[in-house]
Design a protein around this ligand. Structure first.
Ligand code: 26W
Length: 809
């Protein structure tokens, strides 16, 4: 259902905002004021739409999903909102009269970078798909004052700068003073049996923080629903420091006051790596407590009886970060509404569902028990009781199996294991791609799979494809519309019709022309941003994602070094010129990842110094990769690097964004690559390397990278080159890492997959030079087969199989 907002209404709205907030007329307003007035106008349109939808939700007693996630990596919203409202042209016309274009305004919007990588971007894509599918939905997260750091490369090394996003971003946020809750930390809990037989819980000396809601409206494509993303900001309680203050402890009062503020100051920049910091635990509880209090109070307000909660609310835990929501829900049901334990547990487990996003050991969250006890004493005692009951149940089920029970327990060796809490407290547990969902059943959750097999399921990830196709690549979108009509805009599976054109030479050459246009656009962008000169005729080969050893940017670098050494031996070698593009942020404390960035940058510098070689081989490290950059980069890429060690990448979602833009994938059989291969056919994807089960076997029998070193003269040459170094800097540490590192050399098996990778890279280059027509055909088939990887489809599966949620039409 497209909106019917008229030009006249938009003009009035924008004019009103300019007058009210800046006291200027449209002709007097500067660009920044117009930008903010336009954002506030769009926000108002969405707020109104949401109100209508909310009313309907209430009268129809519709079930709602609450999506709890520490991260939402939204990127920019203006273009997306106007596109989804089908209101772009209307706004364009109004702005015409003010002498400014929408494109100029889009550029003024900062990325909302309230996330690290895949997990956060998935959450953002899901909010879009929920609204598009007309599902009642609310996302919960924190209103970080600083999002993910800005990356600056200085002398090849990553440095971090604060991301100050709010000045430009907050026009999207509506403060909800009516939605505020108290979250209690620390102190002591006193239990007292009241005369009426009720257990009274009193908090003594707790530090109380107020959670204030800031709402952001997320529109669906031509739908009735609007998703709400509710972000909590921590605010010191007005009276909370008065006691200390009046006791004369002025200093302590001020410190505690700041304590509260610091809670939502900054997003933790670690991706797939826990650091066990107390502040992070506090952030997690703050999110859980405020959100669950809000869910309960809204439910009571609307429907009364809390026993109906599972019928009307699906609470989704996006990874283990919001796992304390389980204990918080128990706390409120028991302490505040006097439910019996078993009844509360039945409500809790029927409401909660959990998605796992990683199998990396270093990403599995466990908290020191005494830290949990000190930070959230009541939650600690509830978790202890959950654990006691769990162990009892396990003992009955698996008598005598101590080791198993201890692995499955929630508290073990003075640590609280959030994954076990999440599985036990949820009615559904899913992985994010078929392979990943199988792996968790065999590894991290093997015992739980034996215990409650019916809980385990899979939902393969999907993307908000309209953002990366329709908005980021209008040229390709137009070609698709010409060929297959515009049905694919609302139903991604219709992209399959494009396959009919695989032998149509005029379509194939149009596809090639469009790629050339997008490549030129990216080349201009890279020049403007960083002064890189890129040959638009070279193959654009991209690896863009967080920097992590398991994702193996290093493997990519090894192959680049190999080609470079070939070219140094023979500068006249006849090869297709190629540009390797990298975009990746490393966690600030992850030194190996930072070393890899440095290596790539030093190789890049050295190559640039040799003009002749540089014409055939170019490496560009794009600074500060973020959602907005991905929207320029994905459409321009011809090769998509998805080269993680098999078994390690849960799904990947970047892979899907490249695919829908017609890039050819070089990848391992990992995560969603497996399903991409099934969808497009093995002959249309470039798979290499060891498979997940082979990796396991090699690992079990003891991996030795030197075997591969000894067998491959090319690897020997590369290692030697690392030791000698690039651009005057030796990388012998990297050589050691690959060959002699401890406890294991080359833990992500770059050496084991190198030969197969490098061979597949050559096949791709050969195909590009010798059979561009077939290349274009493969590109076309990838676009046609990408429909399955839409967030619309993922959300439908969550709704039907996990949340029992119906669209509200
Ligand atoms: C507590 C530290 C921490 C922070 C973030 C641990 C783990 C995470 C995330 C779960 C890591 C993450 O983003 N995982 C990615 O999730 C994507 C969405 O499902 C998948 O596509 C990626 O494969 C997976 O790495």
């Amino acid at each position: 259902m497209a909106t019917t907002i008229t030009e006249k209404e938009v003009r009035e709205l924008v004019k009103g905002k300019l007058a009210r907030y800046y006291g200027v007329s449209p002709v007097e307003a500067n660009r920044d004021q117009i930008y903010k007035a336009v954002v506030m106008s769009v926000r108002d349109i969405l707020l109104q739409k949401r109100q209508v939808f909310s009313k309907k939700m209430k009268t129809k007693r519709a079930k709602r999903v609450y999506y709890l996630c520490m991260e939402f990596l939204l990127g920019r919203s203006l273009k997306n909102s106007l596109y989804n409202l089908s209101a772009t042209e209307t706004f364009e016309k109004v702005l015409d009269g003010y002498g400014v274009t929408l494109d100029e305004l889009y550029e003024l919007e900062p990325d909302a970078g309230l996330g690290n990588g895949g997990l956060g971007r998935l959450a953002a894509c899901f909010m879009d798909a929920l609204a598009t599918g007309n599902y009642p939905a609310m996302g919960y997260s924190l209103r970080y004052e600083y999002g993910l750091f800005k990356q600056k490369i200085v002398d090849g090394w990553q440095t971090e700068l604060p991301d100050v996003w709010l000045p430009g971003g907050e026009a999207w946020l509506t403060q909800r003073s009516d939605k505020s809750y108290i979250v209690r930390f620390g102190g002591r809990v006193e239990e007292k049996w009241a005369e009426n037989g009720i257990l009274e819980i009193n908090y003594v000396d707790s530090q109380d923080v107020e959670a204030v809601a800031y709402d952001m409206m997320i529109s669906g494509k031509d739908s009735e629903a609007v998703s709400v993303l509710r972000l909590w900001k921590a605010k010191p309680m007005q009276d909370f420091n008065m006691k200390l203050f009046s006791q004369g402890d002025y200093y302590q009062a001020m410190v505690e006051d700041n304590d509260a503020d610091v809670l939502t100051k900054v997003l933790y920049p670690a991706d797939n790596h826990v650091n066990g910091k107390a502040l992070r635990l506090k952030q997690q509880y703050f999110l859980c407590s405020a959100s669950i209090q809000n869910i309960i109070s809204d439910h009571r307000h609307r429907y009364g009886d809390l026993s109906d909660l599972p019928k009307l609310a699906a609470i989704h835990l996006n990874d283990t970060h919001p796992a304390m929501a389980i204990a918080e829900l128990m706390r409120i049901l028991i302490d505040e509404y006097y439910y019996k334990w078993d009844d509360a547990w039945a409500i809790t487990t029927a409401s909660c569902a959990y998605t796992n996003h990683t199998v990396l050991a270093e990403a599995l969250e466990t908290w020191q028990e005494d830290l949990v006890e000190r930070t959230v004493p009541r939650i600690h005692s509830i978790i202890k009781e959950i654990n006691r009951k769990l162990c009892e149940e396990l003992w009955n089920r698996f008598p005598g199996e101590w080791a198993k029970i201890s692995r499955m327990s929630i508290i073990e060796h003075d640590r609280v294991k959030m994954a076990n809490l999440s599985v036990y407290g949820s009615h559904s547990v899913n992985g994010v791609a078929a392979l990943h969902s199988e792996i968790i059943k065999k590894s991290v959750f093997k015992d739980y799979y034996d215990f409650t097999p019916y809980k385990f399921t899979n939902v393969t990830n999907g993307i908000a494809y309209r953002r990366w196709l329709c908005q980021a690549n209008p040229e390709l979108t137009n070609l698709l519309v010409e060929c297959i009509g515009d049905g694919f805009v609302h139903d991604s599976m219709k992209l399959a019709d494009f396959k009919k054109f695989e032998d149509d030479d005029s379509v194939l050459s149009k596809l090639e022309e469009i790629k050339a246009i997008k490549k030129q656009q990216f080349a201009d962008y890279a020049y403007k941003k960083q002064g890189f000169v890129i040959d638009p005729k070279s193959i654009f080969d991209t690896q863009a994602k967080r920097l992590h050893e398991y994702k193996r940017q290093l493997l990519n670098a090894l192959n680049i070094i190999d080609t470079y050494l070939d070219l140094r031996d023979n500068p006249d070698m006849d090869i297709q010129p190629k540009t390797y593009i990298f975009g990746a942020k490393a966690a600030p404390g992850y030194s190996m990842a930072k070393q890899i960035i440095k290596l790539i940058n030093f190789i890049s510098e050295e190559i640039r110094k040799d003009k002749k070689i540089n014409e055939k081989l170019n490496v560009v490290y794009m600074e500060d990769y973020n959602v907005t950059m991905s929207e320029v980069l994905m459409p321009a890429s011809e090769i998509s690097e998805q080269i993680s060690l098999a078994g390690k990448e849960a799904s990947g979602t970047g892979n899907m964004k490249f695919m829908i833009n017609g890039a050819l994938t070089i990848g391992t059989l990992d995560g969603a690559n497996v399903e991409m291969a099934q969808a497009v056919g093995d002959e249309n994807i470039f798979i290499f390397g060891h498979k997940a089960n082979e990796v396991d076997d090699i690992w079990r029998s003891g991996y030795s990278s030197s075997t591969y070193y000894n067998e491959s003269p090319r690897l020997r040459r590369i290692i030697e080159a690392l030791i000698i170094g690039f651009n005057g800097q030796s990388f012998s540490d990297m050589a050691n890492y690959l060959l002699t590192g401890s406890p294991v050399a080359d833990p992500y098996m770059c050496m084991a997959d190198f030969t197969s990778y490098s061979k597949t890279q050559r096949e791709l280059s050969d195909l590009y030079v010798n059979d561009k027509r077939r290349w274009n055909q493969i590109s076309l088939r990838n676009i046609a087969a990408s429909g399955y990887f839409a967030a619309d489809r993922s959300i439908k599966e969550y709704a039907e199989n996990i949340w029992n949620l119906k669209p509200l039409k």
